[in-house]
Design a protein around this ligand. Structure first.
Ligand code: AHR
Length: 343
């Protein structure tokens, strides 16, 4: 009898302990509550609103403005509490913003790195704090890919190749040298490095195609104009012709077009213009005959980013690399395409 009592008491105690521990686990907030053998978190989530800290590059271009709007609008639509910071094209500002998101214990951090290198320390701080990081638009060159969960954005090397392929074809019957001037994006940024790489990889197939001048215009209209003015001046002094402008984004191309027109050079005719992004202003310029090719880069990644952020916080597996869909638009498509542009 005594033994039956003892066993019943042990059983009761065990059941009570299991119940207490189960109740404790229901309050897991919006964080994943389980971790599997590979270290990826299990898929338990409550309805709590997630907080996303987003460190944006800046407001350097029409593309960036569209990207920011897409992120802000989608956060609202998805019920995500967005903490937004503008780094004004400075890496140190982005690092500060990420550290502040860590201190505020946000659920997830996303950012578009101004430049490719120098992120390991702060990414490690986020990892140590248990806050997942999503890269959007631009990559980091870190060899430790466990420092971020996913990278959503364009294939910039492929964009450069697309520009190069069009030019290669355009110049297939051309005799003699083709002098290309290049307006690079922000020095050290993924799009500047990769768009140059992809373009060069293709144009080397025709020895007539040569990049004769190349300088950064920092992805801005003002800098694009300034650098093109300097190119025009030196071409005049050297008595050389510029046949093609390869601009790493539309804003620099539009600034350069202004400089060319002020110098009495007809953009799109006296000099071929290849640009990237596909903002409305550039399509208008292409419709007006001033740009010959636009390689699209899609900034409207807000809805996808919100989905990835929610999945990551819920502990779901997400793809490590998610590519955006993009097209190539030669001049004869401008009129038809212009009304469809969303940014
Ligand atoms: O990272 C994407 C690039 O950054 C866009 O091509 C450019 O316009 C922007 O500033």
């Amino acid at each position: 009898m005594k033994n039956i009592f003892k066993s019943s008491a042990v059983l009761l105690l065990t059941v009570t302990m299991i119940l207490i521990s189960a109740c404790g686990n229901t309050d897991s907030g919006n964080k994943a509550s389980s971790t599997n053998a590979t270290g990826t978190e299990g898929a338990t989530q409550t309805d709590k609103k997630i907080t996303l800290g987003f460190a944006q590059v800046g407001a350097e271009s029409g593309w960036r403005t569209a990207n920011t709007k897409s992120i802000q609008d989608s956060a609202k639509a998805a019920g995500v509490d967005l903490k937004f910071s503008d780094a004004q094209q400075k890496q140190e500002n982005q690092i500060k913003a990420i550290r502040s998101f860590i201190a505020q214990k946000v659920d997830v951090i996303a950012f578009s790195p101004v430049v490719e290198s120098g992120w390991d320390t702060v990414l490690k701080e986020a990892k140590d704090a248990g806050i997942p990081v999503i890269l959007t638009d631009r990559a980091v060159d870190s060899s430790d890919t466990s420092l971020y969960k996913s990278f959503l954005g364009s294939d910039f090397v492929e964009e450069g190749r697309r520009a190069g392929k069009w030019l290669l074809d355009e110049m297939k019957d051309h005799q003699g040298p083709v002098n290309i001037v290049e307006l690079q994006g922000t020095t050290g940024s993924a799009p500047a490095i990769d768009r140059k790489k992809g373009f060069e990889e293709i144009i080397k197939n025709n020895p007539n195609l040569k990049i004769v001048k190349s300088q950064t215009g920092d992805f801005t209209r003002a800098k694009g104009k300034e650098v093109m003015e300097a190119f025009i001046k030196s071409a005049k002094a050297e008595n050389t012709k510029m046949d093609v402008l390869y601009a790493h984004n539309d804003d620099m191309a539009l600034g350069a077009i202004q400089a060319l027109e002020e110098a009495g050079i007809k953009p799109g005719k006296d000099i071929l213009i290849i640009s990237m992004d596909g903002i409305k202003d550039a399509f208008q310029a292409m419709k007006d005959g001033k740009i010959n090719l636009i390689v699209e880069c899609n900034p409207l990644m807000g809805p996808q980013l919100m989905q990835i952020a929610q999945d990551v916080v819920a502990g779901k597996d997400v793809q490590k690399r998610i590519l955006t869909n993009e097209g190539v638009f030669p001049q004869d498509t401008a009129e038809k395409e212009l009304p469809n542009r969303q940014y």
